[in-house]
Design a protein around this ligand. Structure first.
Ligand code: SAM
Ligand code: DTB
Ligand code: SF4
Length: 330
């Protein structure tokens, strides 16, 4: 065997691409410690065992209820606790949401994700969101919502309206979490994820890189996600969008190659999940994004706005996919 292959003593478990739920932190740490070419090669190889590496899933995001959130997530421009210039708005009307969904579909998105700046939805609001889900489903798109914490009963109501995915992120490691959020616990997040899973809704769960966390916190976040009883079907990896007025406004920028490592480790440990190159693409070079795709990212948010912050324009994204010979997933 060549000394350049990683099989000998590789921390990548065999058979490669097997879906495991018993990832230890040591194993995940060993992946982060691999030389970059070995890590990206393994991630790319494993990606191909489960997916067509030329295909990227495209979701469009809409903030259906912006700002004024009572939580104190240190990264978030929508928290009422920080002065970020984001104004609190009411829940959007059904018609307006559906016309945005039609435009997203016409633009090529297969999934429509709706986000609300709530700690948790009130039952009255949930009825309105259920009507939005039904309306978007009727357009022939997949649906995803992110509304904060849920009870089991609320998760079942969302399922009954036809919801495909619920997004609720762990954001970081259990150890670093209290540096970022004090108004709800890590366990509450895990409980919400359990309610979503039990209701039979697909789980979209990931985190953020670039909040001043250590590599060990990245290890802790991925090890937690990869040892959930069932892997999230979708794993968003966000690069912090540092917003003025938030406590993380001056956070040190992450080296693009370190971000690629997080994508690669997510791909290797959750081989059959979609890994989304999520927030932060606006400030990433095309080359860094190409490396993320090579390392196993196969999903993006498409359209010029995330929830409140900019995302690359449609032209830039289509040109990038074209240059890479990649196509949107049907
Ligand atoms: N309020 C709900 C909640 O927190 O669950 C849903 C919306 S919240 C904006 C969804 C996720 O967006 C957060 O969990 C976080 O991971 C991500 N996010 C928010 N602000 C971000 C930022 N400035 N940069 C990167 N990701 C961010
Ligand atoms: C996720 O992980 N990233 C998206 C989505 N889930 C809801 C949100 C990113 C938000 C970035 C900051 C903003 O635009 O407000
Ligand atoms: Fe509120 Fe969600 Fe922002 Fe936290 S991330 S402040 S819960 S909108």
């Amino acid at each position: 065997m060549s000394k350049f292959t990683v099989e000998a003593g590789s921390p990548v478990p065999y058979p490669p691409g097997a879906v495991r739920h018993d990832w230890t932190r040591e194993e995940v740490r060993a992946l982060f410690a691999l030389p970059f070419p070995d890590l990206v090669f393994e991630a790319s190889r494993i990606h191909r065992l489960h997916f067509d590496p030329r295909e990227v899933q495209i979701s469009t995001l809409l903030s259906i209820k912006t700002g004024g959130c009572p939580e104190d997530c240190a990264y978030c421009p929508q928290s009422a606790k920080f002065d970020t210039g984001v104004k609190a708005e009411k829940l959007m009307a059904l018609d307006a949401v559906l016309s945005e969904a039609r435009a997203a579909k016409a633009g090529g998105a297969s999934r429509f994700c709706m986000g609300a700046a709530w700690r948790e939805p009130k039952d009255r609001d949930l009825d309105k969101v259920c009507a939005m889900i039904e309306g978007v489903k009727a357009l022939g798109m997949e649906t995803c919502v992110t509304l904060g914490m849920l009870t089991g009963q609320q998760a079942r109501r969302l399922r009954d309206s036809g919801l495909d995915y619920y997004n609720h992120n762990l954001d970081t490691s259990p150890e670093y979490y209290s540096e970022i959020i004090t108004t709800r616990t890590y366990q509450e997040r895990l409980d919400t994820l359990g309610h979503v899973r039990d209701a039979g809704i697909h789980v979209c769960c990931g985190g953020i890189v670039g909040m001043g966390e250590s590599e060990d916190d990245r290890v802790g976040m991925i090890a937690t996600l990869a040892s959930l009883p069932q892997h999230p079907e979708s794993v968003p990896v966000n690069m912090l969008v540092a917003v003025e007025g938030t406590p993380l406004a001056e956070a040190r920028k992450v080296d693009a190659l370190d971000f690629v490592r997080v994508i690669a480790v997510a791909r290797i440990t959750m081989p059959a999940s979609m890994v989304r190159l999520s927030a932060g693409r606006e400030d990433m070079t095309d080359e860094a994004q190409a490396l993320c795709f090579l390392a196993g990212a196969n999903s993006i948010f498409y359209g010029p706005k995330l929830l409140t912050t900019p995302n690359p324009g449609r032209d830039r994204d289509m040109q990038l996919l074209d240059r890479l010979g990649m196509t949107p997933m049907e």
